[in-house]
Design a protein around this ligand. Structure first.
Ligand SMILES: C[S@@+](CC[C@H](N)C(=O)[O-])C[C@H]1O[C@@H](n2cnc3c(N)ncnc32)[C@H](O)[C@@H]1O
Length: 212
């Protein structure tokens, strides 16, 4: 049984406590990067789909697909989407590293708070799949935990930090302390914008053309 089977029902409450604690909510920043025009958005590793549902509600012209491998997390996403009466949302139970979807079929892809919990290999596989699924002019938007400067913010973030280290001891620390912009540049993306939010950074990128 994976951790998301246990925490799916309380996940939004757990996360909300930190993401709301400050000035800019990453969800608002990410949604602000996607215009309300006919386009396809993939919330990859969507979990309970807070990001994708906020975008679907803000942008009725978008079609928003939520994809995750955890059925309990998708169940929460379906419950929330039903409550919001959104008709521009679809859910898929798939592995993000091997979605089986066709090349270039999304204009925007969001990867929210997942890469830090992946092995280096899975992280690369998910990013390769995101590159493949993005249209040539598409945008990849990554939301990731970001290092805090002040002692008080570090202390407030400590429970999340400890939980992440306990659940993914080998991968979290390396990625959390890395320079993420450089990491994505090394993996075939061009960083267009970074927005500092509560305990997180929202990074918007485009694909670097093959061989460039
Ligand atoms: C920390 S949650 C983040 C959920 C959501 N994106 C957010 O920002 O709140 C990570 C999610 O990634 C999903 N996940 C992890 N590896 C995956 C994979 N290889 N394929 C599909 N989903 C995956 C987990 O099931 C979980 O729902």
């Amino acid at each position: 049984m994976d951790i998301y089977t246990i925490i799916s029902a309380g996940y939004d409450l757990l996360l909300g406590a930190w993401l709301k604690d400050g000035s800019t909510h990453p969800l608002t920043a990410a949604a602000g990067l996607i215009p309300d025009k006919r386009s396809r958005v993939l919330d990859m590793c969507c979990g309970t789909m807070s990001n994708g549902l906020a975008i679907a509600a803000k942008n009725p012209a978008n079609t928003v697909v939520g994809l995750d491998r955890s059925k309990p997390m998708l169940r929460q996403a379906r419950r929330k989407s039903g409550k919001m009466h959104l008709d521009n949302v679809k859910l898929l139970c798939r592995d993000a590293a091997d979605t089986g979807l066709r090349d270039g079929c999304f204009d925007h892809i969001i990867l929210g708070l997942v890469l830090h919990e992946c092995t280096e290999q899975l992280r690369r596989d998910i990013l390769d799949e995101a590159r493949r699924l993005l249209s040539p002019d598409g945008t990849l938007i990554v939301i990731e935990w970001e290092r805090e400067e002040s002692i008080s913010r570090k202390l407030r973030f400590a429970p999340v930090y400890i939980l992440e280290i306990l659940t993914t001891p080998r991968f979290f620390k390396d990625f959390y302390h890395s320079d993420k912009e450089k990491y994505f540049e090394r993996h075939g993306f061009i960083v267009r914008e970074s927005i500092r939010c509560n305990y997180t950074t929202v990074i918007s990128m485009s694909k670097r053309e093959a061989g460039v």
